[in-house]
Design a protein around this ligand. Structure first.
Ligand code: CA
Length: 222
């Protein structure tokens, strides 16, 4: 998953990141509304964790803005325990779920998985294509039932391809998913594509290149 965390409390931001960064996820953290606004205007995320009380305004304003322009990215808001009015406003402004501070990290992780299932219209935590299966809870990828031991970026790439199986996974989205806003060399994505191709060789599934567009996971009749 590619996640955006908007939280100005440094300790909470760190614990959110540590709990959400494993299993191939890419996490971007911003402390200010203005930075999060720019990130959301230029890039796609699978989920946004949004604190409402930010130093340069309310997270509600950002939520309202993105929904007004038709951005349907799932948003989980973080609110104060006594903030009933705030929660109601947040849900009405288009939030998909909320957590009250302080919250437990396992509950956060479970809610994130639930939001992913709902937004991807799945009934369980697994992404599947042919003999391939990725369990978003355990981070395990299996091919014909055998576990593939994938390093973090290959795992993120596999998830990105599975989310678009039989459709095109846009190149730019895959790059963002793997590397976030960090600097990347021109062939960085291709390096990981070729590693995954080797692992999938002879499996009945292949990664097709659609030049200038992206990649597609498809059946390999060979
Ligand atoms: Ca805050």
């Amino acid at each position: 998953m590619r996640l955006l965390i908007v939280e100005d409390d440094p300790l909470i931001a760190v614990s959110l990141t540590q709990s959400l960064a494993p299993l191939g996820n890419t996490v971007e953290v911003f402390h200010r509304l203005s930075e999060a606004r720019t990130a959301l205007a230029h890039s796609q995320f699978d989920l946004v964790v949004l604190d409402l009380g930010l130093p340069d305004g309310s997270g509600l304003a950002l939520l309202t803005e993105i929904r007004n322009r038709g951005n349907a990215t799932p948003v989980l808001i973080l609110t104060a325990r006594d903030g009933v009015a705030e929660r109601v406003q947040g849900l009405d402004a288009g939030a998909d779920d909320y957590l009250t501070k302080p919250f437990s990290l396992p509950e956060l992780q479970a809610r994130v998985r639930a939001l992913m299932r709902r937004s991807q219209q799945r009934t369980d935590n697994r992404l599947r294509f042919g003999p391939l299966c990725f369990d978003q809870k355990s981070g395990d990828v299996t091919l014909h039932g055998e576990r593939l031991d994938l390093p973090r970026r290959e795992l993120g790439l596999m998830e990105g391809l599975l989310l678009h199986a039989e459709r095109i996974a846009p190149r730019e989205q895959l790059i963002d998913r793997l590397f976030g806003f960090g600097e990347v060399g021109p062939n960085a994505l291709e390096v990981y594509i070729s590693r995954l191709r080797k692992r999938l060789s002879g499996s009945g599934v292949r990664i097709r290149t659609l030049r200038g567009l992206g990649y597609r996971l498809e059946d390999d009749p060979e």
